[in-house]
Write a protein that binds this ligand. Structure first.
Ligand code: SF4
Length: 295
């Protein structure tokens, strides 16, 4: 399945006005973590928190809703959240930890849990993994460079960044500038070129803007833990849902982009393999049948 295994797929958004104002899209990651913390379903969460440098996230252990709100919004450069898991458990004493991951980190998290070498009694404390859709990600210096070059704005004036409708959007206090997302190609991290997962297929709940209208998010619940927390938040009225559009801008769009990401990555993997370079997966001609069937 190109979108991974899921229990339900829906459109959703937080009903909290403050979360709507400061979050990206429907504010699902922020809303779910705040709800889970309030309900004691988790006792803290590893999130991409703010650092001394604007737009450069830093893994942070959020112990309150205020900490979670401070980390709201998408940053388009990596926050190595897995690096903070051990500290969250050992230093902060979390027994039921939440975490926000992007697909490559979701895979790392599941590997940690499957083979807890060096992380015994740590990896099994993760109670909720919220996976964020990810098309690509940029080294911080690349991000600064292409925003200044393509949007023609001082990086220090940027108030929000977004990817949608095939464009990269840059918001300042008095302007919104966009440029085609394809103009960012070449600035992304090298590893993103061989990344097969758009939708955090191994998370408990995954969410992102692809396939959703403005200010809503697509949400997939994937595990019992994810389904339970999401359903409780909906029942409590903190998240509202509506059916995902089956048309070409809804589920079809999400499926199309997830397929395209796998196909492009497999092509690069095959090319690298043919050159004798190390790759994270087997080349497609080493597998029987559909090369995408098992990824
Ligand atoms: S595209 Fe893949 S490898 Fe790159 S940051 Fe996103 S999840 Fe990670």
């Amino acid at each position: 399945m190109v979108l991974g295994t899921y229990k339900q797929i829906t459109l959703a958004r937080s009903t909290d006005k403050q979360i709507q104002k400061i979050s990206q899209d429907g504010g699902i990651a922020t809303g779910l973590l705040c709800f889970a913390l309030d309900e004691k379903l988790i006792d803290g969460a590893v999130v991409a928190g703010p650092s001394d440098e604007m737009w450069k996230p830093e893994p942070t252990v959020a112990m309150s809703s205020d900490d979670i709100l401070a980390a709201a919004g998408t940053k388009y450069t990596i926050s190595p959240n897995l690096w903070m898991v051990k500290e969250a458990v050992r230093q902060y004493g979390l027994e039921k930890a939440g975490i926000v991951t992007i697909p490559c980190q979701t895979m790392g998290l599941r590997k940690m849990q499957s083979y807890p070498i060096g992380v015994r009694f740590v990896a099994d404390k993760i109670a909720l993994d919220i996976g964020i859709f990810c098309t690509e990600n940029f080294p911080f210096e690349s991000l600064k460079t292409f925003i200044s070059a393509k949007a023609g704005v001082d990086f220090g004036l940027v108030e929000k960044m977004d990817i949608g409708k095939g464009k990269f959007w840059v918001h300042t206090a008095d302007d919104v500038i966009s440029f085609p997302i394809k103009e960012t190609h070449g600035y992304e991290q090298n590893g993103c070129k061989v990344c097969l997962d758009l939708v955090s297929e191994l998370s408990d709940v995954s969410t992102g803007s692809i396939g959703a209208p403005d200010d809503w998010s697509a949400v997939m619940t994937r595990t019992d833990a994810g389904e339970t927390i999401f359903s409780k938040a909906v029942d409590a009225g903190l998240i509202e849902t509506k059916a995902m559009d089956e048309g070409k801008f809804g589920l079809e769009m999400l499926t199309k982009l997830a397929t395209s990401k796998k196909e492009k990555a497999m092509k690069v993997i095959d090319e690298r393999k043919a050159m004798g370079l190390p790759v994270p997966f087997k080349a497609s001609n080493e597998k029987e049948g559909d090369p995408l069937a098992n990824v």
